[in-house]
Design a binder for this molecule. Structure first.
Ligand SMILES: *Cc1c(COP(=O)(O)O)cnc(C)c1O
Length: 341
């Protein structure tokens, strides 16, 4: 039974739940891992993660479906993306099958924290790994900890999904051939200055361009872009320094297989933005946030979908993907991991 919480007014903040998963990598191998009630981490003052930011993370959600099941959405893709992140950061990979098992264990151990169907709230899971032994010379740590905690999060949109205004950023998120395509904490550390600055200037997000030519659209600090053309084609920007969003990849399949839309994954030029009919940001947290306006210094790009509600194609994509996640619409094979019936 879900706990007696006002799920609808819950925000997106950390709330400690009953149990979390911890595994340690020591002497060249992973231990079995275990659930613990201890929500704290104790480590050396010189731990690798504290000195050289050797850490990466993932994010996914558990939902209560219409027919009362508790499920996760495509956790195998989080496992494989974390493998890519770990390899690039010279961290040992927590085995992908054990990653998925640990996700299931954590949700099962915190079932009462999975919000009720229809509340709009979800249980957010945060897998992460970091170097834990003392490191002072610049090199990878020897010992690592892998953890998954979960925390209930409120509905992303309270009172409807209002389109947001974003700006074209003068600062860069990820260098070409850098770490933009992995989920490294360091990518977020260097985006904080710019997001605070954007908020102070009245914008919800920064649109990052490719740093090399500053002519192509990449993504925001934590979400990929989707664009819809006037004839209903879904266009998503392609670049080696974009983080491969699981939401975006799923939306492309939903567009093609469920909605019969054409889908293009290609370079998107800053100069062509005003030819699109709709724009949105996609990621696990919101699924899709509609973008109403992009401000590029003196130039304003106002999408025909306006500032009051999601555009019609965006809404169809949003309703179909959330319908799949909540069990209202049949999912493609392998997308839904059932945790409790
Ligand atoms: C996590 C993340 C996303 C969204 O990915 P999802 O798998 O859809 O949650 C997009 N961009 C960046 C930079 C991210 O870190």
């Amino acid at each position: 039974m879900p706990k007696d919480i006002d799920w609808g007014s819950l925000g997106f903040g950390y709330v400690a739940t009953d149990k979390r998963f911890v595994a340690n990598f020591k002497d060249g191998k992973w231990d079995e891992g275990t659930l613990t009630e201890d929500a704290t981490v104790t480590m050396s003052e010189c731990a690798g993660v504290l000195q050289y930011a050797q850490t990466c993370f993932e994010g996914l959600k558990a939902y209560r479906t219409e027919d009362g099941k508790v499920v996760c959405f495509r956790p195998d893709l989080n496992a494989s993306r974390m493998k890519d992140s770990c390899e690039k950061l010279k961290m040992p990979v927590f085995p992908e099958d054990k990653f998925v098992d640990a996700v299931v264990e954590v949700v099962k151990a915190n079932l009462d924290w999975v919000p009720p169907y229809g509340s709009g709230a979800t249980l957010y899971l945060r897998p992460y790994e970091f170097g834990i032994n003392p490191v002072i010379g610049v090199k990878p740590a020897d010992d690592y900890q892998f953890r998954i905690f979960c925390t209930p999060v409120g509905p992303y949109f309270k009172g409807g999904a209002k389109p947001i205004v974003i700006r074209v950023s003068d600062l860069d998120r990820a260098a070409p051939h850098g770490t933009g395509n992995i989920k490294a904490g360091l990518n977020y550390a260097m985006s904080l200055y710019n997001i605070v600055d954007a908020h102070e200037a009245g914008y919800s997000e920064n649109m990052y361009l490719d740093p090399q030519t500053r002519t192509k659209v990449e993504e925001t600090g934590g979400a990929n872009f989707i664009f819809i053309t006037k004839d209903g084609t879904l266009v998503t920007p392609k670049s080696d320094s974009i983080l491969p969003s699981i939401t975006r990849r799923s939306l492309c399949i939903v567009a093609e297989k469920y909605l019969g839309m054409k889908v293009e994954h290609r370079e998107v030029l800053l100069s062509e933005l005003d030819s699109f009919a709709e724009c949105g940001l996609c990621g696990t947290a919101a699924v899709i946030s509609p973008v109403g306006k992009i401000v590029d210094h003196g130039r304003e790009i106002c999408f025909p979908s306006g500032m009051d509600e999601m555009g019609p194609w965006t809404k169809k994509l949003y309703d179909t993907l959330t319908g799949i996640q909540m069990g209202r619409i049949e999912a493609p094979e392998g997308w839904i991991k059932v945790i409790a019936e």
